[in-house]
Design a protein around this ligand. Structure first.
Ligand code: ADP
Ligand code: MG
Length: 383
């Protein structure tokens, strides 16, 4: 039987490049079992020059990145599968997993080339361990483990939600804990009191749909392209946010939970009612009015969380953090209270491997490593 793997000591660095497969006779190669041991390095060695390779394949973005010192992005290659899933109007898990298999190796090669680095320059490999789609997660985790084992460097599994928090540290040396984090994406919506690295309390979250999910469902109902969030954002600029007063569920209630299923249903009912009574539906007005309701809810809850925790910084992260209305609403609210608002660049809001590398670097600095036995967990919670 031929396999395409070698023991580290058999590797010929000069002749090895990504994409080539090494066919060797398995009868000559026996894994001793020590390969699952965690490779540790002294915490002090994780300085500002540390190079960490990040891999992200939890959902529908295949991404590989090289990050220096947890903050400086040397490369961040993102291969989006949006077009593949667009025709189905949502993510098809099997299609996503297969696309990751095809896209990951070229993405890794590109990430190293752009970073002007080789595998042998890397100090560690960080990968998203969960939450996400199991088939997709497996692709990245298997590749990350193989690289860590072959190069004999540390391997660290990262929580995707925690990685989103670290998108605020990338390229930004002024970011400081403690903070209220609004993590708002396609799969999650929560407010977190983050006191420091790994020191989190979840203040509240959605009781039903995530905000991004609500954006995508409303957009789909309105006949817009997938993913719906950016489409609604774009259309909102052409519409009147005051045109329809959709409900702001739970906005005045104590606590930090939110709910989006009622808002989504209100939009659907409004459109159906307008159409059945012979009226014309102005899609831009509906998009703008829906977006404004989400913005009002999230800004109100975020500011309530700031008052509750008495922090002086807000971090926003996750795909919906790219929303122009939300960014403007939070900017204004934070300005009014002299609170620092940190918002990653649009590219760093949605899934990417740079945030995984940054989070992985912070874990390694705290002496946290992951065994090569670790399995991906599709339901991995933040806490
Ligand atoms: P997840 O990790 O939960 O899969 P991401 O963090 O990649 O999701 O975010 C994807 C979500 O962000 C999608 O629901 C998408 O519609 C939403 N999104 C992206 N850009 C915008 C935007 N400009 N406005 C609102 N939602 C957006
Ligand atoms: Mg995400």
């Amino acid at each position: 039987m031929l396999i395409a793997m070698m023991k580290p000591q058999q590797m010929d660095k000069e002749n090895w490049s990504l994409g080539e497969s090494w066919a060797i006779d398995a009868s000559e190669t026996t894994w001793t079992g020590t390969e699952t041991a965690v490779k540790e390095q002294l915490v002090e060695e994780w300085d500002d020059e540390t190079l960490v390779l990040g891999i992200e394949t939890s959902c529908d973005e295949t991404s590989a990145a090289v990050v220096r010192g947890g903050r400086d992005i040397l490369s961040n290659v993102i291969a989006s599968q949006t077009e593949l899933h667009g025709e189905y109007g949502g993510i098809v898990p099997e299609v996503a997993a297969r696309a990751h298999v095809e896209a990951l190796t070229p993405a890794l090669r590109e990430a190293l080339v752009r970073a002007d680095a080789t595998f042998w320059d890397l100090d560690a490999v960080a990968v998203t361990l969960g939450p996400g789609l199991i088939g997709s997660l497996l692709v990245g985790v298997a590749e990350a483990k193989a690289i860590a084992a072959v190069l004999d460097i540390p391997f660290v599994g990262v929580n995707h939600l925690e990685a989103h928090i670290y998108s605020n540290f990338l390229g930004n040396h002024d970011v400081k804990w403690p903070a209220v984090v609004l993590l708002i994406s396609g799969g999650h919506t929560m407010l977190v009191h983050a006191r420091g690295h790994g020191d989190y309390t979840i203040l509240g979250g959605t009781l039903d749909d995530a905000a991004g999910e609500a954006f995508d469902k409303v957009a789909r109902f309105l006949g817009l392209d997938y993913p719906g969030g950016p489409e609604i954002d774009r259309l909102s600029l052409l519409g009147d946010p005051e045109a329809v007063r959709f409900p702001r569920s739970m906005i005045g209630e104590p606590g930090f939970d939110v709910s989006y299923s009622g808002l989504k249903t209100s939009v659907i009912n409004y459109v159906r009612k307008t159409e059945s009574s012979g009226g014309t539906v102005n899609v831009a007005d509906i998009a703008a009015s829906f977006q404004q309701a989400v913005v009002d809810i999230e800004v109100a809850k975020t500011i309530a969380a700031v008052d509750h925790t008495m922090v002086e910084s807000v971090f926003v992260c996750g795909g919906v953090a790219a929303n122009s209305g939300l960014r403007t609403g939070l900017e204004q609210a934070c300005l009014d209270r002299s609170i620092a608002l940190h918002c990653p660049s649009i590219e760093l809001c949605t899934d990417n491997a740079a945030m995984v590398a940054s989070c992985g670097t912070a874990l390694l600095r705290r002496g946290i490593y992951t065994s090569l036995d670790a399995a991906p967990d599709p339901n991995l919670p933040l806490l």
